[in-house]
Design a protein around this ligand. Structure first.
Ligand SMILES: [Zn+2]
Length: 539
């Protein structure tokens, strides 16, 4: 047996890993508290040690391989560094598995274009030092050129070691303990692999036909995008952002639950909760994948179901089998004639005609709203409050511009949208239930991200009902997204005995005394370890 003699590769790998660690701690001295690590402290130390060894092993192995294999090592390293540094610049921390889940679910070229455009100015310069140093060591350093014969098996072996190591942590770890970029990236992907492997993929519980007679009204459920409840003048905001909604309120047509809570601060999570009415969290039993969707109930009550997706052209919220309960599916490409900032308004005009023509429609809208980046959400030069942002970046240092830009969009979008849609002709046969999927940070506390984080402002969503027929409701109730599913069922007239799950109280029945602390989820909806509930009422 050969005696172990530390080689040049060994020492180079150790030194490189230590320098990388120091550089990354210097670059990112503060990690955003996002998802508390549930692994006990002593195990975190062991796991961190394991990650250092893994990184050093990765670097050391790569030095002993052939050119093509070294290129593969370098390629993965580059991806990990850019992705993790990008994550840090955008959300203040390295990735967790749910980030990649979101990215994969919302696969959309413009999303990537925006991410690159928004943060590339900082990611590439920051990533250049470790990437160029590693590339230099791999392809340039003379002392390492002696034994470079290793093949792809070595690359496979180190990746397998990483997968096994992180798989052992998966049952206990939140995947958020501090580590090096390469290890953080491999951890996120291993954890995500396990999440996907354990997903329930069977059918949802069916809802049999309940009503034989066609409904005599329309129900329109509007899920806006990134509209923060406390920036509506309807809710007391200082700037007149929502005069039309205020006019509807003064005519007695609008019921307003003011400072309401969203179910989550990430779009896919909050929409999933709205779609299924699941409110017991974390959803470890994966009820969000088993419970009937609101479309199933609408079909059972004889509604013609319409899904208006003003954000995407492909399926993201629902599976192929969920779509069997959607009679009409329209996507953003059909409403782009006036540019991106007019998508919501053109769809509103289209819907206005539809609702006026006949009752019996159940419509779910995912609006384009005020999604970041903000530049494309308002016609050029149409800004009331100045100065505004001039490019697609998120500027914590220029918070005034950020807020002005956001308020301009909110005002432009909501005024035009509701003026086109909520008019006397539609109000007489239609109930509009309005909310937003989540709020925004607007960087009040130096946040570098607009959404998906843990702050309360990200969970501030408006909740309104607009209709001509008088409603007897108690709007002092502390409402949240979880109340909306049963509200929709009540609006459809769905008898209690046909409800296949227990749902949170409907806003048509809730009174102030029934108010309870409200929670919003950050991270993975279905995991106690990798998702965290934040209290909206006592932040
Ligand atoms: Zn969203």
């Amino acid at each position: 047996m050969q005696k172990f003699r530390p080689s040049a590769e060994f020492w180079s790998a150790i030194i490189f890993t230590l320098l990388l660690g120091l550089y990354e701690r210097w670059l990112f001295p503060v990690e955003m508290p996002f998802l508390p690590e549930q692994l006990p402290h002593y195990l975190q130390w062991i796991a961190q040690g394991g990650c250092v060894l893994l990184t050093a092993g990765y670097i050391g192995f790569s030095f002993t391989c052939r050119k093509t294999v070294r290129a593969a090592f370098l390629g993965l390293f580059v991806i990990a560094v850019l992705a993790e540094y990008g994550s840090h610049y955008s959300v203040g921390r390295f990735s967790v598995s749910d980030d990649y889940d979101m990215v994969l679910q919302l696969f959309d070229p413009t999303l990537y274009k925006n991410a690159l455009f928004g943060f590339s100015g900082r990611v590439w310069p920051a990533g250049a030092l470790p990437i160029l140093s590693y590339a230099g060591a791999l392809f340039g350093l003379r002392p390492l050129k002696s034994r470079q014969s290793g093949g792809f098996r070595r690359f496979g072996a180190i990746l397998l070691t990483a997968v096994l190591f992180f798989s052992a942590l998966y049952p206990f770890s939140s995947g958020s303990f501090l580590t090096l970029s390469l290890a953080a990236d491999l951890r996120s992907f291993t954890f995500l692999g396990w999440k996907y492997a354990m997903l329930y993929r069977g059918p949802r519980l069916a809802v049999p036909a309940i009503s034989a007679s066609p409904p005599d009204k329309n129900i329109v459920f509007i899920v806006d995008e990134s509209i923060r409840g406390d920036h509506l003048s309807l809710n007391g905001y200082m700037r007149p952002t929502t005069p039309y909604l205020e006019a509807l309120q003064s005519q007695g047509l609008l019921y307003n639950w003011r400072d309401s809570a969203s179910g989550a601060t990430a779009s896919t999570n909050s929409n999933t909760l709205l779609l299924t009415g699941v409110y017991q969290l974390p959803d470890e039993a994966q009820q969000t994948r088993k419970a009937p969707t609101i479309f199933a109930y609408a079909k059972a009550m004889g509604y013609h179901t319409i899904y208006l997706d003003l954000q995407m052209n492909r399926r993201w919220l629902m599976s192929e089998s969920d779509f069997k309960l959607v009679d009409e599916w329209h996507t953003v490409q059909e409403f782009l004639a006036g540019g991106e900032y007019q998508v919501d308004m053109i769809a509103a005009q289209w819907l206005y005609d539809k609702l006026r023509a006949a009752p019996g429609n159940f419509v779910w809208i995912n609006k384009a709203g005020a999604h970041f980046p903000y530049l494309e959400r308002i016609p050029p030069g149409d800004a009331t409050w100045q100065p505004v942002l001039t490019d697609g970046r998120y500027y914590p240092a220029d918070q005034v511009r950020l807020v002005n830009t956001y308020d301009n969009i909110l005002n432009y979008n909501l005024e035009h949208f509701f003026r086109a849609l909520a008019r006397p002709e539609t109000l007489k046969n239609t109930t509009f239930i309005y909310t937003s999927d989540h709020g925004q940070t607007l960087s009040e506390h130096g946040e570098t991200w607009p959404q998906t984080g843990p702050t309360r402002n990200e969970a501030r969503a408006p909740i309104l009902i607009i209709q001509a027929a008088p409603l007897n409701v108690d709007t002092r109730y502390k409402a949240s997204h979880q109340n909306l599913f049963a509200t929709l069922l009540d609006m459809m007239g769905l008898p209690q005995e046909y409800r296949r799950y227990p749902y949170a109280v409907s806003l048509l029945k809730a009174t102030a005394s029934l108010s309870r602390p409200r929670y919003y989820v950050v991270g993975d909806l279905t995991s106690r370890l990798r998702g965290h509930l934040y209290n909206f009422d006592s932040p």
